[in-house]
Design a protein around this ligand. Structure first.
Ligand code: UDP
Length: 329
C-alpha cells in the first residue's frame, strides 16, 4: 500500500518524501506547485493538482491503495493570512475537508497532520505544552487549529485516526544537499541570513531589539527538518500499530535569539553578514520554545541534529549548491 503525501513538493514535504523513499515505502505525492517545486520531489508518483479538486483526489484514491495520508499541503505565511484570510480558510480548512471526505469515502483511516505552534498564539508560559491555551493571534494559526478540531470529529464519526504535529521553527536542509528551503517570497530568518552571505541581499533586518530577552531580540525554537521528518515516521508507525489520535509539539526545546542565529551564520559562512535593527514585526511573540516531552516519552522521539551550527551548516550546504534555489537549475 502507498502513503499519500500532500504538499510533498514543498520544503518539509520533500524531506518527508525522501525519507519515505529511503525506507522503501510506496509514495504518492499531490502538490499544486503554489509553493512546491517539481525538482524537490526525488521519487514516487507525482500528481500535480489541488487538494480542493475532488476529481484528482478520486483519481488517486480510486487507482491506488492508500494506507495513510501525511498532509502538508497548506498556505503558511502569517502576514499573508492577516490580509487574505479567505485564502487560508479555503486552502487549509476547506482543502483538508475535501481530503478527509475523500479519505472517508475510500476507507483510509490514518492521517499525520502538519500543524503549528501558531495554534497557541501568545504563549502563557515557556516551554509551551500541548495542554496550554490555544488562542491564535493570526488567521493562519486559526485555520490549523480548526483543522485539528475537524480531525477530532472525523475520528469520532468515522474512526479516522490522526496525529497532529505542532511545528515550531522548521529549519536546515537534508544532509545530502539535494533538497532544502526555497520559498517565494522568502520570509524566514535563516534562509534570508544565508542569502546575505551569498551576496544576494545587502543586509539582514532584525525585527526589534527591545524585547524582554537576554539580547533584546526574539527567541525561537529551531528544529532541524530531518528531526521533524523522523517524528512523522514515528507517528505513522504509531498509527499503523493501532495508536490513538494525538496532538504533539515538535521543537528542539532550545531557544536561540535572532542575534545568535546571525552570529552563528557568520561563523559557519565566514561572511560578515551586515545587520540593521528595524521595527518589530507585527504579531511576533518575544519567546517561543516548545516542550516536546510528550512526543519524546510517548513515541520515543529524539531529535539528533540539535546544535545550531549543525542546523545552519546543513542549510548553508543547500544554499551553496543551489544559490538560486530550484528555479534556475
Ligand atoms: N526575523 C528577523 N528578520 C527577518 C526575518 C525574521 O528579525 O528578516 C525574526 C522574526 O521577527 C522572528 C524570527 O526572526 O523573531 C524568526 O522568524 P521566521 O519568520 O523565520 O519564523 P517565525 O518564528 O515567524 O515562524
Amino acid at each position: 500500500m502507498a502513503i499519500l503525501v500532500t504538499g510533498g513538493a514543498g520544503y518539509i514535504g520533500s524531506h518527508m518524501v525522501k525519507e519515505l523513499l529511503d525506507r522503501e515505502e510506496d509514495v504518492i505525492v499531490l502538490d499544486n506547485f503554489q509553493q512546491g517545486h517539481e525538482a524537490a520531489v526525488l521519487g514516487g508518483k507525482l500528481f500535480v493538482g489541488d487538494i480542493r479538486d475532488t476529481s484528482i483526489l478520486n483519481k488517486i484514491f480510486e487507482n491506488h491503495a492508500i494506507e495513510a495520508v501525511i498532509h502538508f499541503a497548506a498556505s503558511a505565511l502569517v502576514g499573508e493570512s492577516m490580509v487574505n484570510p479567505s485564502k487560508y480558510y479555503s486552502n487549509n480548512l476547506y482543502g483538508t475537508l475535501c481530503l478527509l471526505d475523500a479519505m472517508h469515502q475510500y476507507g483510509v483511516k490514518k492521517i499525520v497532520f502538519s500543524s503549528t505552534a501558531a495554534t497557541y498564539g501568545e504563549p502563557v508560559k515557556v516551554p509551551i505544552q500541548e495542554t496550554d491555551a490555544t488562542i491564535p493571534t493570526n488567521a493562519y494559526g486559526e485555520t490549523k487549529l480548526a483543522v485539528e478540531k475537524m480531525l477530532r470529529w472525523y475520528d469520532t464519526a468515522h474512526d479516522i485516526k490522526y496525529i497532529a504535529l505542532r511545528y515550531f521553527n522548521a529549519s536546515g536542509a537534508h544532509e545530502s544537499g539535494l533538497i532544502g528551503e526555497d520559498h517565494e517570497p522568502e520570509t524566514h530568518l535563516i534562509p534570508i541570513v544565508l542569502q546575505v552571505a551569498l551576496g544576494q541581499r545587502s543586509k539582514i533586518d532584525i525585527y526589534g531589539d527591545d524585547y524582554p530577552t537576554k539580547d533584546g531580540t526574539c527567541i525561537r525554537d529551531y528544529l532541524h527538518v530531518s528531526d521533524l521528518v523522523d517524528a512523522h515516521i514515528l507517528a505513522l508507525e504509531k498509527l499503523r500499530t493501532g495508536g490513538e489520535s494525538k496532538i504533539y509539539n515538535l521543537g528542539n526545546g532550545k531557544g536561540y535569539s535572532v542575534k545568535e542565529i546571525i552570529e552563528t551564520a557568520r561563523i559557519v559562512t565566514g561572511h560578515q553578514i551586515p545587520a540593521e535593527i528595524k521595527e518589530r514585526r507585527n504579531g511576533d511573540p518575544a519567546v517561543l520554545i516548545a516542550s516536546s516531552d510528550k512526543i519524546k516519552s510517548e513515541l520515543n522521539w529524539t531529535p539528533i541534529r540539535t546544535k545550531l551550527e549543525q542546523i545552519i551548516e546543513s542549510a548553508w550546504k543547500w544554499h551553496l549548491n543551489h544559490p538560486m534555489g530550484y528555479r534556475k537549475e
